[in-house]
Ligand binder design. Structure first.
Ligand code: IMP
Length: 228
């Protein structure tokens, strides 16, 4: 199915998609996020489909907060597909850089919206800005927003945070983005040196997903697996 910005797939204010979640569109074209989130959601039985597979392109992310960007992305994907929408907005926040790259993490090397995104270029810029910096502490942050429909008045929101520090020399081949330069606090390994299931146990995204699942159970959008 393909969708276009001028052709909403459902009427505004529709009560579509009430009841348990079955098929959800992920408001992202990032393959690393999709892989991690499909694994994290596997126990719920939710089928997570990337917006790209449904013909939806990335929404602009003009805001200064992760939350506003995530909400905009979730509504955009839901509007164009008629499915419940799930968005992750995330990034790495570095103390010595006043919290940058933060919400601009995906486009740190080139801030133009139409510029190709490059993990290698982003990492190179980060490492050059931190040359000689004594304080290399940083954390990954992730906010997740789920909307039942595009105009959902009660988006479900959760977040998570993962502490570490930025190392100049990349290590490891797993993960994506800044992972090879992110030395996880207390683990002595970069995020890229963790196997996928270990990253999915500890990461900012994993923590946010655990938080989200509690909220989805409360909202009766997924079953409570602790109950018989
Ligand atoms: P977004 O698509 O605007 O949320 O951008 C997220 C960006 O933050 C990604 O492109 C990565 O550069 C970075 N990022 C987020 N989560 C991770 C992670 O788990 N590992 C490494 N980089 C991440």
């Amino acid at each position: 199915m393909s969708a276009h910005a001028d052709q909403p797939a459902e009427p505004a204010g529709s009560a579509a998609n009430s009841g348990p979640l079955r098929r959800v569109v992920l408001a992202s074209g990032n393959a690393g996020k999709l892989r991690e989130m499909q694994a994290l959601l596997a126990p719920t039985g939710i089928e997570l489909v990337s917006q790209g597979a449904l013909g939806v392109s990335d929404a602009p992310e003009p805001y200064a907060t992760f939350l506003e960007n995530a909400l905009t992305k979730a509504r955009h994907a839901s509007r164009l597909t008629g499915l419940p929408g799930l968005a992750d907005d995330s990034g790495v926040c570095v103390s010595a850089l006043g919290g940058a790259p933060g919400v601009r993490s995906a486009r740190f090397a080139n801030d133009r919206d139409d510029a190709p995104r490059s993990d290698a270029a982003n990492n190179a810029r980060l490492i050059s800005l931190l040359a000689g910096a004594p304080d290399r502490s940083a954390y990954f942050y992730c906010v997740l927003v789920l909307v039942r429909s595009a105009d959902d008045p009660q988006p479900v929101v959760a977040d998570g945070l993962w502490h570490g520090e930025i190392v100049a020399a990349p290590r490891g081949a797993g993960g994506f983005g800044y992972d090879p330069h992110f030395l996880v606090a207390g683990m002595g390994r970069t995020a890229a040196e963790l196997d996928a299931s270990t990253k999915n146990q500890f990461s900012h995204r994993a923590q946010a997903m655990r938080d989200l699942m509690v909220r989805l159970v409360q909202a009766r959008l997924i079953a409570d697996s602790t109950r018989p």
